[in-house]
Design a protein around this ligand. Sequence first.
Ligand SMILES: NC(=O)c1ccc[n+]([C@@H]2O[C@H](COP(=O)([O-])OP(=O)(O)OC[C@H]3O[C@@H](n4cnc5c(N)ncnc54)[C@H](O)[C@@H]3O)[C@@H](O)[C@H]2O)c1
Ligand SMILES: [Zn+2]
Length: 354
Amino acid sequence: MAELHVQLNTPMRAEYPIHVSHGALGMVHIPESRVAIVADEAVALLHAPTLQAALEKHGSQVHLVTVPTGERAKTLEVLGNVLSRLAQLGFTRDSALVTLGGGATSDLGGYAASSFLRGIRFYVCPTTLLAMVDASVGGKTGVNIPEGKNLVGAFHQPSAVWADLSVLETLPARTFREGAAETFKHGLLTDGALCDAVLEAGFNARSEKLERVVADAVQVKIDIVQRDPLEVGDRAFLNFGHTLAHALEAVTQHQLPHGEAVGYGMHFAALIGKHLGYEDLTAKTRAFLNYQKPGALPHLEFSDVMPFMARDKKADSGGVRFVTLQRIGAPKLERVAGNVLEEAWKAFAAEFWT
Ligand SMILES: NC(=O)c1ccc[n+]([C@@H]2O[C@H](COP(=O)([O-])OP(=O)(O)OC[C@H]3O[C@@H](n4cnc5c(N)ncnc54)[C@H](O)[C@@H]3O)[C@@H](O)[C@H]2O)c1
Ligand SMILES: [Zn+2]
């Protein structure tokens, strides 16, 4: 069992534990006597009984509120349904909400908790690798609107997180490897050993080192969030690989899943670093893609992706703001000139389309 700890100071004081272990779901206990489990409907069938039994064992009265699977949960309509259910159940300020699912479920559930009665406590039980190492830490919650993803939301920190590694065994292998991209990214931002652990022996839900790797990747996120809770500085480093990733998701209309877009995006960012004369990390990011086996990219020109990258982060004639790595553990937010991006794109294109 790995025990980690978050401590945030003003303007958002918050402290909460993150439990990472096989079997964590069976150990969930909270002080509130009335609780709603907000669960992804597919995950609910698999794992809600374990969570519900644990909560009831500790005396909580439990209601199960299911929401659509994955991204379909992150709408204002589903948010409204959840809030209405809480009101109909007569929930008060001292009731609580526990989310059970991937990042989509915790984003929706956390946002519902932030707004119901102007804020009730919530707890997170992440069931994807991505949600464990990324979405469940740091208190960003929210939903999508037709105009864009994550455009509506709030910072609302959970009161505790229970990451049960056993639930990853029911996760499709491809979805697990999406989360491996964010895990590998956390390694690149801080520590090569974490990267190597992901690349070693085809990292999967049954890997011996799973607990160590997840706990280390969570700690990276904790450290960054503690330094910069509201994303005015270093928290932006977590966007490493995400500038091209968001462009690829947009041009493929989300046919390429997020974690796979990040896999490609990290390789592109490494190619930029190489062009800028930084440590050459392209062999590592390429090795990650060989492990991840992302879906093939459609043939794309630089002119297809550049408008989306320019939109992603503040761009001007001086270039696009990009997270680069001078070496492992040394990220930097800098403006990258258009001609450097184009050169890196040529190298990228030569690898994926001949
Ligand atoms: N708040 C943050 O800081 C933050 C950070 C990163 C990502 N996110 C958000 O997280 C979302 C993506 O989350 P995700 O990648 O966890 O995906 P997800 O929540 O969309 O879940 C992906 C799929 O996996 C299934 N699933 C989940 N757990 C399972 C399990 N144990 N067994 C079987 N199936 C399971 C779900 O039903 C769903 O179909 C995005 O909306 C993204 O914006 C938020
Ligand atoms: Zn991401």
